[in-house]
Write a protein that binds this ligand. Structure first.
Ligand code: PHE
Length: 330
C-alpha cells in the first residue's frame, strides 16, 4: 500500500494515473482484495478492519483526485504554451489595403482647396436636363451638347456628364459669396485609351459681388494649385470655349516628363493640357436668379491628373481592379 501511494505521488501522466487507479479501485485491485479478506475475519475484528479499509479508501480517493487535478492543470498549461500566439509578432503575410490612386489624387486636390476655405459640395449622379445642360447655357439642340455624349434614361433623366450641375444646385440653394468645389464621378459614352464611360472630375466655383472676382484671381489660384500638384511647372492659358464660361480658357502645364523639350506624352508640343476654366457666363447667373455678381469656374479630370502624376499610360487600367497595378501605389 505504501508503494502504491508512492507511485501515485510520483506518477507523471494522466494515463499512468488511470492505470494506478485501476490497480487500487479496480475489480482485481487492492481494495477488492481487502474487502474479500473481511469474510475470513471474526466479527469483533471485522469492524476495526472495515473502518481502517474505509479510511484508506478515502485517503486514496483524495490522493488520486488531487493528483489528477495537478496533472490536468500541467497538461493544460503545456498545451497553451504549445498553441500560444504571439500577437506582437510582425507577420510577413499582412496585407493592408490602400486608397485607389484616383481617390488619393482626389483627396490631395480636396485638401488643397479646403485649405483655401472652399466648401465641398455634393450632388446626385442621376440628373435632369435643366441642371446638367439648360442652366449651364446649353439649350436644347446646342451643338456643344455633342461634346459630352450623354447616357439617357427612359424618362428623360440622364447620368451627369460633368460635375457642373452641382454648381447650379449650390447656387440655387445658397446666396453669394460662394467658394466651392464639387468632386465626384461623371459619365460619358466614350471608351478608348484616354476615355472611360465613368470618370471623376473636380470643379470649382467662386461667386461674389460684381467686380470682386476677376480672371486674374482665377489665374493666380490655378497657377498656385498646379504648382502644388506638379512641382515647378510653367502654366499657360489658351483661349477656348465652354458654353457656361465667357471668356473661357484651357490651361496647360509644361510637360512634366520632358520639361518642355518635347516627348511622346506631350506629343512633342512641350505642353500638357490639364484643365478648363473661365468667368461664369451671365446666362448661368440668369438661370439661377443671381444679379450683380461675377464669378469664375474651373473643371478638371482626376484620372488625367493621376495618370500624369503616377505615370499610368492607359486610363482603362485604373478601373480594371488588377492588384498587380494597384499594389504599386500603396
Ligand atoms: N464642365 C466642363 C467639362 O466637363 C469643365 C469646366 C468646368 C470648364 C468649369 C470650365 C469651367 O468639360
Amino acid at each position: 500500500m505504501k508503494a502504491l501511494e508512492k507511485s501515485i505521488q510520483e506518477c507523471g501522466s494522466i494515463k499512468e494515473l488511470e492505470k494506478l487507479r485501476i490497480e487500487v479501485f479496480g475489480k482485481k485491485g487492492y481494495f477488492t482484495a481487502q474487502f474479500a479478506k473481511l469474510k475470513e475475519l471474526k466479527d469483533d475484528e471485522k469492524i476495526a478492519f472495515a473502518a481502517k479499509v474505509n479510511e484508506d479508501k478515502g485517503r486514496f480517493t483524495t490522493l488520486i483526485n488531487s493528483k489528477k487535478e495537478l496533472l490536468e492543470a500541467a497538461e493544460r498549461s503545456e498545451a497553451l504554451k504549445k498553441d500560444a500566439v504571439d500577437v506582437s509578432l510582425y507577420s510577413r503575410l499582412s496585407d493592408a489595403g490602400a486608397l485607389h490612386p484616383v481617390m488619393s489624387t482626389m483627396d490631395k486636390i480636396i485638401e488643397y482647396f479646403m485649405s483655401l476655405n472652399f466648401s465641398v459640395e455634393d450632388g446626385p449622379l442621376i440628373e435632369d436636363d435643366f441642371h446638367n445642360f439648360e442652366a449651364l447655357n446649353l439649350p436644347k439642340f446646342h451643338p456643344a451638347r455633342d461634346m459630352q455624349d450623354t447616357f439617357y434614361c427612359k424618362d428623360g433623366a440622364l447620368l451627369r456628364t460633368h460635375t457642373s450641375p452641382v454648381q447650379v444646385r449650390t447656387m440655387l440653394s445658397q446666396q453669394p459669396p460662394i467658394r466651392m468645389i464639387c468632386p465626384g464621378s461623371v459619365f460619358r459614352r466614350d471608351l478608348d485609351l484616354t476615355h472611360t464611360p465613368m470618370f471623376h472630375q473636380i470643379e470649382g466655383l467662386v461667386v461674389d459681388k460684381k467686380g470682386m472676382v476677376s480672371f486674374a484671381n482665377l489665374k493666380s489660384i490655378l497657377e498656385e494649385f498646379l504648382r502644388y500638384m506638379f512641382g515647378n511647372v510653367d502654366v499657360r492659358f489658351r483661349p477656348s470655349f465652354f458654353p457656361f464660361t465667357e471668356p473661357s480658357a484651357e490651361v496647360d502645364i509644361s510637360c512634366i516628363f520632358c520639361g518642355g523639350s518635347g516627348c511622346k506624352v506631350c506629343k512633342n508640343t512641350g505642353w500638357l493640357e490639364i484643365l478648363g476654366c473661365g468667368e461664369v457666363d451671365p446666362n448661368v447667373f440668369k438661370a439661377v436668379g443671381y444679379k450683380d455678381v461675377s464669378g469664375y469656374a474651373f473643371g478638371l479630370g482626376i484620372e488625367r491628373f493621376t495618370m500624369l502624376l503616377r505615370g499610368v499610360g492607359d486610363l482603362r487600367s485604373l478601373f480594371e481592379g488588377d492588384l498587380r497595378l494597384l499594389e504599386q501605389f500603396k
